[in-house]
Design a protein around this ligand. Structure first.
Ligand SMILES: CC(C)(COP(=O)(O)OP(=O)(O)OC[C@H]1O[C@@H](n2cnc3c(N)ncnc32)[C@H](O)[C@@H]1OP(=O)(O)O)[C@@H](O)C(=O)NCCC(=O)NCCS
Length: 161
C-alpha cells in the first residue's frame, strides 16, 4: 500500500457498519467496547466524519473532526482510527494533517486531540505532528486511567488569524 493511493472523503452514513471494522481489534475498542460504535454513530449523525479510502474505495481510516467543539468552541479531533492492516503507513498522519489544514483554513490557530495513557504510540504520533500536553484528567469511564488533552498552536508565520 502506498499512501498516495489513499484519499480522504466525507463519510457516507449508509456505510456505518462498514466503518465499524476500522476499530476492530484496537486497544481503543477493547477499552471502550460498544461506546466506540455509539460515538461513531453520533459523529455520522452530526456529519462530522471524514474517511480515508484506498484505491478500491474501501474505508481504511475514520476521523471525527469537530470544528466548534466543547473545548472552548475550538477544533477537536474526537476520534481517529486506521484499519489494522493499513497502520504504520502514514494514513494516520495524513488524516491529522487534513484536520490541521481544515481548521487553519477556517482561521483557527489551535486544535486539540485527546489520548489515553494506554496509547503511547498514538500520543507519540500526535506529538510528532505538533500536539503537546495541555492538561491531564482522569478518564470518565475508568478513572484509574488518565486522559491527556493535547494542543497544537499554529506557528505565527503560518497563521492567518
Ligand atoms: C493511532 C492510529 C490512528 C495511528 O494510525 P497510523 O496510520 O498507523 O499512523 P501513521 O502510519 O501515520 O503513523 C504511525 C507510525 O508509523 C510511522 N510511519 C508513517 N508513515 C510510514 C511509512 N510510510 N512507512 C513506515 N512507517 C511509517 C510514523 O512515523 C509513526 O511512527 P511512530 O511510531 O514514530 O509514531 C492507529 O494506530 C489506530 O487506529 N489505532 C487504534 C485506534 C486508536 O487507538 N486511535 C487513537 C485514539 S487516541
Amino acid at each position: 500500500m502506498a499512501v498516495h493511493e489513499i484519499h480522504i472523503v466525507k463519510a457516507d452514513k449508509s456505510r456505518a457498519m462498514d466503518y465499524r471494522r476500522i476499530f476492530d481489534g484496537s486497544k481503543l475498542f477493547r477499552h471502550y467496547g460498544e461506546n466506540v460504535h455509539n460515538w461513531m454513530d453520533s459523529a455520522l449523525a452530526n456529519d462530522e466524519v471524514w474517511i480515508a479510502e484506498d484505491r478500491n474505495g474501501e474505508a481504511v481510516g475514520f476521523m471525527w473532526m469537530q470544528i466548534e467543539s466543547v473545548y472552548a468552541n475550538m477544533p477537536y479531533l474526537a476520534l481517529l482510527g486506521v484499519r489494522t492492516d493499513y497502520r504504520s503507513h502514514g494514513v494516520g498522519q495524513m488524516l491529522i494533517k487534513y484536520f490541521i489544514e481544515s481548521y487553519e483554513s477556517k482561521g483557527y490557530d489551535r486544535g486539540f486531540i485527546a489520548v489515553n495513557d494506554f496509547n503511547p504510540l498514538a500520543r507519540r504520533l500526535y506529538e510528532d505532528m505538533g500536539f503537546h500536553k495541555f492538561m491531564q484528567m482522569p478518564e470518565s469511564l475508568d478513572p484509574s486511567h488518565n486522559l491527556y488533552l493535547l494542543m497544537r498552536k499554529t506557528p505565527k508565520h503560518n497563521s492567518n488569524v
